[in-house]
Design a binder for this molecule. Structure first.
Ligand SMILES: C[C@H](O)[C@@H](O)[C@@H](O)[C@H](O)C(=O)O
Ligand SMILES: [Mg+2]
Length: 433
């Protein structure tokens, strides 16, 4: 069966998370975690589910962009796509007219992610494996055949990429066994969103400590006095040996970032995340003398940007994102470049569906690329998992290895219906208030 894609739907699904300030930070003060949610139908009856993450308003624009790509997908067979996945990636990202909208960035690239995430989900379902296992079992040649090396061959050629994967075959089974038994280490961001009160912060942090969490991320950047108070509070609660990270979500100019972070250095953060514009490579590099790691990636729009961040030694932590980049294909390129530059990958997750998706990529990274857990962890945020048919599962601050076939981003139809914007019941209620 060639698994011909016969139909394609995309829906605007929004969750009113801003009502309780979940997900709030110094720049995104009222996010409604949302998704452009794609379903591919095939002639076999199997479906592929994919999404890209947004913050509410504007999801309708992403939905239109996804629709603009639909014509490139419907009528193709999964077999044709994956037997030459690099070309299919290029077909979506390099269409002679639509690439003007990017190229490979912004709304059109978010749309590419939604479509390709659904294709990968379909592929994994057809193989009857969770996506990470599909990748782990793939021949290295096939893995590299999914990557578009255009624009990155000056730092990573196809042969080098192949070499990395072949070298990492040693010990692969043991690493897979380890992941099956203990899972992948995680950190939590859900205790310290910027809009939470100190009381809430304390309670959530106490609960998290009780549940075995040892690594915590705190939002900063709006008000220095508040930041000092909140960070001291968390540091006091978690003690000196647990890990604390801070995240400014692009709030500062470079000079401001240097002075602000210097004042927060007393709480000993492992990293400062997104101190300034996500496009300012040299600006990030300018923070190096502070001796605090610099992390970024959730709005790093493609492999070319990551390449330059790595070339300029501007990042000490690479935060891949399953929906910002062009799906698994482009993330594979970034994982391999990060490995070459010896920079640990600590994925961005959270939002709606990002934990479900990115857990697969980081498992592949550990088992088949980095072979290393030191200084590595995957973000976890405890919101909205109940809307998925195979939600991410955390135990003792580790992601348990997903077992169901696919890429884990199928939503419950009842959740989609209730949260569709603007006609779902949840929104009818909100909009009529
Ligand atoms: C608007 C979002 O919640 C962001 O604040 C979030 O992705 C954050 O930057 C993170 O690192 O988790
Ligand atoms: Mg962040």
């Amino acid at each position: 069966m060639l698994q011909k894609i016969t139909n394609f739907t995309v829906r605007d699904v929004r969750f009113p998370t801003s009502l309780e300030q979940h997900g709030s930070d110094a720049m995104h003060t009222d996010p409604d975690y949302s998704a452009a949610y794609v379903v591919l139908d095939t002639d076999s009856g199997l479906k592929g589910f994919g999404l890209t993450f947004t913050l509410g308003k504007g999801t309708e624009i992403v939905v239109r962009a996804v629709q603009a790509l639909a014509g490139l997908v419907v009528g193709k067979s999964l077999h044709d796509i994956v037997s030459n996945f690099r070309d299919f990636y290029r077909l979506l990202t390099s269409d002679g007219q639509m690439r003007w909208l990017g190229p490979e960035k912004g709304v059109i690239h978010l749309a590419t992610a939604a479509v390709l995430n659904a294709v990968w989900d379909l592929w994994a379902r057809v193989e009857g494996k969770p996506l990470w296992k599909l990748l782990v079992d793939m021949d290295p040649k096939q893995v590299v055949s999914c990557i578009d090396f255009r624009y990155i061959t000056d730092v990573l050629t196809e042969e080098e990429a192949l070499g990395i994967l072949v070298n990492a075959k040693e010990g692969k089974q043991q690493r897979e066994d380890l992941m099956m038994s203990q899972g992948y280490p995680a950190y939590t961001t859900s205790c310290a969103w910027l809009g939470y009160s100190d009381q809430q912060l304390k309670q959530l942090c106490a609960d998290a400590l009780q549940n075995g969490w040892t690594r915590f991320k705190v939002k900063v950047g709006a008000d220095l006095e508040d930041d000092i108070r909140r960070c001291r509070l968390i540091r006091q609660m978690i003690g000196p040996s647990n890990t604390l990270m801070i995240d400014a979500n692009q709030r500062w100019d470079v000079v401001e970032a240097i002075s602000w972070v210097t004042k927060l250095a007393e709480v000993k953060p492992l990293w400062i995340e997104e101190p300034t514009s996500p496009d300012d490579i040299l600006g990030h590099a300018a923070l190096a003398p502070l001796g605090i790691g610099v992390a970024s990636g959730e709005q790093c729009h493609n492999r070319v940007m990551f390449k330059q961040f790595l070339q300029a030694s501007a990042l000490q932590f690479v935060q891949i994102d399953s929906c910002r980049l062009g799906s698994v294909n482009e993330n594979l390129a970034v994982l391999l470049m990060a490995h070459k530059f010896k920079v640990p990958v600590c994925p961005h997750a959270g939002g709606v569906g990002l934990c479900e998706l990115v857990q697969h990529l980081i498992l592949f990274d550990y088992i088949c690329v980095s072979a290393d857990l030191s200084g590595r962890m995957c973000e976890y945020v405890d919101h909205l998992h109940e809307h998925f048919t195979s939600p991410a599962v955390i135990q003792n601050a580790h992601y348990l290895t997903p077992k169901d076939p696919g890429y884990s981003c199928e939503m419950l139809e009842s959740s989609v219906k209730r949260h569709e914007y603007p006609e779902g019941d949840v929104w009818k209620l909100q909009l009529n208030k």
